[in-house]
Design a protein around this ligand. Sequence first.
Ligand SMILES: Nc1nc2c(c(=O)[nH]1)N[C@H]1C(S)=C(S)[C@@H](COP(=O)(O)OP(=O)(O)OC[C@H]3O[C@@H](n4cnc5c(=O)[nH]c(N)nc54)[C@H](O)[C@@H]3O)O[C@H]1N2
Ligand SMILES: Nc1nc2c(c(=O)[nH]1)N[C@H]1C(S)=C(S)[C@@H](COP(=O)(O)OP(=O)(O)OC[C@H]3O[C@@H](n4cnc5c(=O)[nH]c(N)nc54)[C@H](O)[C@@H]3O)O[C@H]1N2
Ligand code: SF4
Ligand SMILES: [Mo]
Length: 743
Amino acid sequence: MSETALRICPFCEATCGLTLTIDDGRVTGARGDRDDVFSAGFICPKGASFGELDNDPDRLRSPLIRRDGVLTEATWDEAFAAMADGLGTAVRDHGGASVGVYLGNPNAHTVAGALYPPLIIRGLGTRQVFSASTLDQMPKHVSLGLMFGSPAAFLVPDLDRTDYLVIIGANPLVSNGSLATAADFPGKLRRLRKRGGRLVVIDPARTRTAELADRHLAPRPGTDAALLLAVVHVLFAENLVNLGSVADYVTGVDEVRALATDFAPEAVAGYCGVDADEITTLARELAAAPSAAVYGRMGTCTVEFGTLGSWLVDVVNVLTGNLDRPGGAMFPLSPVAAGPRGHRPGRGFRTGRWHSRVSGHPEVLSELPVAALPEEIETPGEGQIKAMITIAGNPVLSAPDGDRLDRALERVEFMVSVDPYLNETTRHADVILPPPPPSRSPHFDFALNGLAVRNNARYSPPALPLDGRPDEAEILSRIALVLYGIGYDADPALVDEQVIATTLAKETADEASPVAGRGVDELTAMLPAGPGYERRLDMMLRLGAYGDAFGARPDGLTLARLKAAPHGIDLGPLQPRLPDVLRTPSGKVELAPSQCVSDTARLRSKLDQRHDEYVLIGRRHLRSNNSWMHNLPALAGGSNRCTLRIHPADAAELGVTDTAIVKGPGGELVVPVELTEDIRRGVLSLPHGWGHSRAGTGQSLAASQPGVNANQLNDGSVLDPLSGTAVLNGIPVLVGPAVGPAA
Ligand SMILES: Nc1nc2c(c(=O)[nH]1)N[C@H]1C(S)=C(S)[C@@H](COP(=O)(O)OP(=O)(O)OC[C@H]3O[C@@H](n4cnc5c(=O)[nH]c(N)nc54)[C@H](O)[C@@H]3O)O[C@H]1N2
Ligand SMILES: Nc1nc2c(c(=O)[nH]1)N[C@H]1C(S)=C(S)[C@@H](COP(=O)(O)OP(=O)(O)OC[C@H]3O[C@@H](n4cnc5c(=O)[nH]c(N)nc54)[C@H](O)[C@@H]3O)O[C@H]1N2
Ligand code: SF4
Ligand SMILES: [Mo]
């Protein structure tokens, strides 16, 4: 008997609503849910492969424990006991501060990943915290923090209403969008053009997104910050600056004007590899458009000037009057974010409250750069990492110089990984605790709702029962229980109840809260019976911007209301949110933060240097996701291949035909070549997440078509200094013909 169940897709940031087909307790199909209020039926090949991903025979079904050096299947009780023993010993012998934590990307796509890792980190009291953010969006957090006072005050392009969209270093036709949650991003771009809007794409590669554009600028990798400063230069030089309705809330305009003086289009053209005229035209069109939005992603973040580029994206949005207005760059309002509580200055955003032990990297958002993880494990001394917890991450492939991290992880005394796969990273674990597949997990987008291009709330309870295994919330709660000294076998609900008690105590004591002055017990009693994560979600929804404030706003949102609307609740188009959103010390948008101003000098010094080396950039494939989707027949093969893309003229000049050897600061690779005119000359591209050739992993199809690890070319020594983010795009490399067959 076939049944169906609704489930938000957790495989990328688009958060599409899916209708799963279920036969005999297994997912056998997935299609787009046409009634979903946010995605209206959109689906991509990954979502369509939900069943295959869910049923992958290589997914771990029971935990693994290392016995006599070999990872072997164990019962859950044995595995939790081994986790408690290993972590307990590490904390006793070296202190919680010696335990490193790595959080990977899927934590942004699971309920458990949103709710429990902070408690684990607090339980350890460790500063050895690393995540995929310093391989990704950390520069944006920093620029938002400095400009608006909150590192989570994300601005997204108002895709449904804008007249002019500039996409820099993003390829949403393939990635389906990032830091701008928009189901059917491709359709939204097509509709933009249909309604007479214009699309400009800035990318060294002629991507599928660039193919859709009215104009494509192909700069040299790493130079967007200079290009954007030249746009700023033109805006001032031609008197095109107009802050519009936010003028009263902006400081630092004159400093930005002064900074841009040296960055005339003619001054940056050589460095950027873009004609000065093209930059001038871009600035004029941005200023003239009825509404416009500049949107930057991976290509603006994971580069030498990642924070500067991320900052300048929004500087241009401000100077052209497009901040916080319909059709411009707007702040989403998530159903779990607080509603307006009055415009009050904040403490601002600081980094560098502590520094990494070995290289002295500043802390950013209480994290250290993942590029520094190996040295923190290798280097003896106070605070050396002796044990590791990894949750939903595969840094051996996703971070620079995986070989070094691989060797380092071999040395930790104890490692526990929460991950469904035995892969390049988790093979080092002493205990692997696999969460159930997505069909058996709940879904709510705690993080991504704050990035949605249209406000909405949707919840999927687990589509299938757990069948006796713990869910990921329970797994992570039991780790937390150990670290709080309570013991792994205590009731995991204790963890959630503690959070509820603390949160409600704080809220009821806060005069600006909608529940100010009420009783914690009264509010706690109003939460529904059920799993702890649902109680917490209900609490967050009720305290949130659209919430019922525990009865004070009777029409407001509760989890019960959300459950009664299985296709979701549309919360309308984005609304202006200034000045409430601002948490800077000045209470204004700080357009010229001192950190950004200082780093501009470093950028200026680059303008006159020679730049004639070959550089490597990355790319993504539609039927893939970072390192963990190479194991599914439906997604393997076709265009999803680990090849080195190179311009035919460059290949001819280098004598490269079918196989190349590429050497970078971190190592060398032999890789099959794909000739294409869709890439700028002097630039090569390799996808990341490949290199499944290590022994002792458990993804059989991936291992049969391993590809090479692009990050092995990178030694991780070059970081964006303001955010600690590894430079992953624009790595200098040497290329030549390979002798012998490709690996
Ligand atoms: N050269 C280069 N390197 C890059 C990038 C690049 O563009 N170029 N991109 C970077 C970016 S943007 C990112 S986000 C990082 C990603 O870096 P990571 O997050 O370290 O790597 P992923 O490959 O996403 O690994 C995700 C892991 O989560 C596991 N997983 C999947 N679902 C679940 C779940 O429900 N629960 C748990 N607990 N685990 C789960 C998978 O099995 C896998 O082991 O890679 C970065 N690395
Ligand atoms: N199908 C698929 N979807 C995914 C993922 C996946 O692996 N596969 N990964 C998910 C994750 S974790 C993330 S973070 C997002 C990323 O989402 P996007 O940022 O949209 O995806 P990328 O393909 O990394 O796009 C980066 C673009 O920047 C360009 N680029 C490189 N260097 C520069 C530069 O210096 N300047 C400019 N202007 N451009 C540059 C590259 O050519 C590339 O086209 O995608 C998510 N969605
Ligand atoms: S676009 Fe993303 S969220 Fe939508 S179906 Fe594909 S993988 Fe899932
Ligand atoms: Mo990412």
